[in-house]
Design a protein around this ligand. Structure first.
Ligand code: TXA
Ligand code: MG
Length: 318
């Protein structure tokens, strides 16, 4: 069994595997990551292969400090501000790749930028410090599927195809990092997350362009494919009257009682609780033997709700 509890010995073992270009799944505060040495084409190629990910999709490089990031990307004033405020934490900064950067070109999908992130999770930090290398880590699911928020989810996705899954319990936040491109003239939010657009705008003191699926900007972040996070069952959004054979993903105190089965993201209407439960709930409800579809109640589209609705919209695309 490749799932191991987190302790000094398993952290050291995981760091050793990463240094020898093997893959390790590890917890972060957002979702579990499938990590490999970001400076090794071999390790990065293995990540793409295990995930079944289209190789044009760039990976986030995880670092143990801002100083480590500065060895690989061209740091700027926006990075200084945002990292100062939100690192360690659920924010990925897209920055120009330094010309002599040792980050594998495969990790950047051949582009001239690198996404860097310093996670807040204690296990992730201990692992990154011990390994002392930048670690490329997409979410530890097979490409296009729901992101894992527990070691068990990772096992369901990847089985024994990797040597080690560090079990650090359930992810505290449950939704992937906000991704902001600050490599060019104007900042662009590629992926909404826990750090909201408003927080980023007030930190930078300027407006941020938000990527929407219709705009041409999407070509710059091919990872943001319309269909993503997809369960096997169809997903219906903004449902107030679910069918009798549907599974209902409810939100708030008031919900219809007609569905075959109901899970509530947050009975008290708390957005953070809803985000933390989102992916695990989708996994539980994704049972084609019992239900015809997953019906999702409306989620208020503000604050973290924007990130939740972003993931739900992609889950609903077939
Ligand atoms: O919370 C997270 O960000 C998790 C944990 C493990 O850190 N990671 C994660 O990685 O969600 P992934 O690979 O599933 O999503 C990374 C997203 C993709 O949409 C990708 O296209 C975008 O970030 N991205 C990464 N580097 C980029 C770059 N250089 N330019 C444009 N988009 C980039
Ligand atoms: Mg992902």
């Amino acid at each position: 069994m490749n799932i191991q509890p987190v302790n000094a010995i398993t952290i050291e073992k995981a760091a050793g595997l990463l240094r020898s270009r093997k893959l390790v799944a590890f917890p972060t505060e957002t979702v579990y990551g499938l990590g490999g040495d970001a400076t090794s084409d071999l390790a990065v190629a293995e990540i793409f292969s295990v995930k079944g990910r289209p190789s044009f999709n760039p990976l986030i490089v995880h670092v143990s400090s801002a100083d480590m990031a500065k060895r690989y990307v061209s740091w700027n004033a926006s990075a200084e501000k945002l990292a100062g405020l939100f690192w360690p934490g659920p924010l990925t900064l897209i920055l120009p790749r330094l010309p002599d950067s040792k980050i594998s070109l495969l990790a950047c999908a051949g582009g001239d930028t690198v996404g860097v992130r310093l996670p807040a999770n204690a296990t992730a930090q201990a692992l990154l410090k011990e390994a002392d290398i930048p670690v490329a880590a997409p979410s530890a699911n097979r490409s296009g599927r729901v992101s894992p928020t527990s070691a068990q989810h990772v096992y369901e996705e990847l089985g024994e195809s990797i040597p080690l899954i560090l079990d650090g319990g359930s992810s505290a936040l449950g939704i992937e990092s906000s991704v902001i491109d600050i490599s060019g003239e104007r900042p662009v939010l590629y992926r909404p997350g826990f750090i909201t657009c408003e927080q980023l705008e007030s930190a930078l003191g300027r407006k941020i362009a938000v990527l929407d699926d219709q705009s041409g900007i999407i070509k710059k972040s091919p990872g943001l494919l319309a269909s993503h996070y997809a369960p096997t069952l169809p997903v219906r959004l903004n449902v107030l009257s679910p069918q009798r054979d549907e599974a209902l993903l409810a939100f708030g105190r008031e919900f219809p009682r007609t569905a075959a089965f109901t899970l509530n993201l947050s009975a008290i209407g708390d957005m953070k609780e809803a985000a933390a439960r989102l992916f695990a709930s989708l996994r539980t409800l994704d049972n084609p033997d019992r239900f015809s579809a997953i019906a999702v109640m409306p989620i208020p589209n503000e604050g973290i709700g924007i990130a939740i609705n972003d993931r739900l919209k992609r889950a609903a695309v077939k």
